[in-house]
Design a binder for this molecule. Structure first.
Ligand SMILES: [Zn+2]
Length: 110
């Protein structure tokens, strides 16, 4: 990848990726919250399935169900949030900063 500063033509460019970072964090949080809701029903399903293995199976089933629900939600949210943030970085924010002159720019708008 060779990004050049539109002002001074320097190739010492850093990308900020604010959107990607924020998107990933917000996505993970939202996904985990959503996942916890899913986890509660997953826990119920797990407990029901685990019941066939007795009371201990029921507890482990509920724990496994809740853990999987929260984890899947968090990972899915992070992926979606990062993808969304990447879009914001590339299309809305000035994602690149020239390390030579400090100019911020968006590579699609060059
Ligand atoms: Zn520059």
């Amino acid at each position: 990848m060779s990004v050049q500063c539109p002002l001074c033509q320097s190739t010492h460019i850093s990308s900020k990726n604010y959107g990607r970072k924020i998107g990933g964090t917000v996505g993970t949080t939202a996904g985990t919250v959503g996942g916890v809701t899913t986890a509660l029903s997953s826990a119920q399903v797990g407990a029901t399935i685990g019941m066939f293995a007795g009371p201990v199976g029921s507890i482990f089933g509920a724990l496994a169900g809740a853990a999987i629900g929260g984890l899947v939600g968090g990972v899915a949210g992070c992926t979606a949030g990062t993808a969304l943030g990447e879009m914001v970085d590339e299309n809305i924010l000035d994602n690149f900063q020239c390390l030579t002159c400090g100019h911020c720019f968006n590579h699609t708008a060059q």
